[in-house]
Every structure is written in C-alpha cells, then in structure tokens.
Design a protein. Structure first.
Length: 97
C-alpha cells in the first residue's frame, strides 16, 4: 500500500546546516524509492501556527519509508542537520480507492 512521509520543520536554528541536510536528504530519499510530491514553505496557512517548511514524499509502502529514514545515506543527512532544526515526521498509509 502506498505511504506518505510528511516532514514538517517547526523551527530552524541554523540555515547552513539545513542547506547541507537538504543537499544530502533529497538524493538519499530518492535513492530509497521516495518521490517528492510537494515541498517548501506554505503558500497559505489556514489554521495552526504555520510550519516553516514541509515535504510530502510518496513511497511504495510504509516499510519502504521507514527503511529510507534508517538508511545510512539519510542518517548522514540527519547528522549534518544536527540541532540546526526541529521537525515533526509522520508516515501515513495511503487511502485505498
């Protein structure tokens, strides 16, 4: 079943570390089978405090998304980010038609 990784940055403390993370994380996620569907800053915030940056990534399964997170390439990206930002990451199953 298709799954979606939703990555929301709630605070950014170091833009340089974030830039290095983005440089490494994108290729790591794509190499693990992820497809970016949307990413960036919100166009409109209709409710809530407004996350700073969000990515929506499709995977073939929740297991594939979790494996991507734990991959050595993505862990390298996380090490570069360090405490440069605070995030909320969720993996959701897609809705069956």
């Amino acid at each position: 079943m298709t799954a979606y990784w939703i990555n929301t940055f709630t605070a950014i403390h170091d833009e340089a570390r974030l830039a290095r993370y983005v440089e490494l994380a994108g290729p790591a996620i794509r190499a693990a089978g992820g497809q970016f569907l949307a990413r960036g800053n919100p166009v409109h915030v209709l409710e809530g405090s407004g996350a700073l940056r969000t990515a929506l990534i499709r995977f073939d399964s929740a297991e594939a998304a979790v494996a991507a997170y734990h991959s050595s390439a993505y862990q390298e990206a996380l090490a570069e980010l360090g405490d440069g930002a605070e995030r909320d990451i969720r993996i959701l199953n897609g809705v069956e038609s």
